[in-house]
Ligand binder design. Structure first.
Ligand code: GTP
Ligand code: MG
Length: 217
């Protein structure tokens, strides 16, 4: 009889996902348990689009051209299961509101920024944070502040460049180098940076594999 593989090492990334809930206050977070993978980054960097690309579902997370689209912590979990394949340990993807400039009232932006920072620094079931950085802009001051917060809280994070389709290959190589150098001495940074495009799907499979590998680790 086959034994169940609970490591997740050989399991495929789930093929079907569903919205679990939106959270507007830390007190409303779902019970800790499933390994959480959060997507953080400046407003409009492409967090919601990246989750849709990963999950192969166009409208799972709402994306928009208006910075400040996502205003809650949105939890997504795998739906259904295929008994013919090894199961992954329970996991959730968490789409976060962006930090920095947003087209929303200041009081609202301040409230969700506090929510995001509180979540990032104090969620024990947070397995890894993907910090998304626009490939055209590289790390900004506010990104560095978030990295410092994660280093201090000892929360493991990995940088993901987004919108790679918008830069030339040489520019992408140079922003990768610069970003790698900038995080080299950071305590909680996972060393490999993944360059992605939700448009061309560059790096999306690599990111899926990184999530599955981290779940097993
Ligand atoms: P907030 O929720 O407002 O913080 O934004 P977000 O980080 O979730 O960004 P979102 O996914 O809503 O995308 C913002 C805009 O960038 C949308 O117009 C997307 O279509 C566009 N976009 C996202 N990813 C990519 C990408 O890889 N390439 C290109 N060309 N555009 C992208
Ligand atoms: Mg969003």
């Amino acid at each position: 009889m086959a034994t169940a593989d609970s490591s997740g090492g050989n399991a495929p990334f789930p093929g079907s996902w569903t919205f679990l809930r939106g959270v507007v206050a830390l007190a409303d977070l779902p019970p800790a348990g499933p390994a959480e993978f959060a997507f953080a980054g400046r407003s409009n960097v492409g967090k919601s689009s990246l989750i849709n690309a990963l999950c192969r579902q166009k409208n799972l997370a709402r994306a928009s051209n208006t910075p400040g689209r996502t205003q809650e912590l949105n939890y997504f979990i795998p739906s259904g299961s295929s008994s013919s394949q090894p199961a992954l340990p329970p996991l959730a993807l968490v789409d976060l509101p962006g930090y920095g400039f947003a087209q929303a009232p200041k009081a609202k932006v301040d409230a969700w920024t506090r929510l995001v920072m509180g979540y990032l620094a104090g969620r024990p079931s947070l397995k890894r944070v993907f910090v998304l950085v626009d490939a055209r802009h590289g790390l900004k001051k506010i990104d560095e502040e978030v990295l410092t917060l994660l280093d201090r809280a000892a929360v493991s994070y990995r940088i993901v460049l987004t919108k790679a389709d918008k830069v030339a290959a040489s520019e992408l190589a140079s922003v990768l180098d610069r970003t790698q150098e900038a995080i080299r001495r950071r305590a909680a940074a996972f060393p490999g940076i993944i360059a992605t495009s939700s448009e061309t799907k560059l790096g999306i499979e690599e990111l899926r594999e990184a999530i599955v590998a981290r779940l097993a680790g």
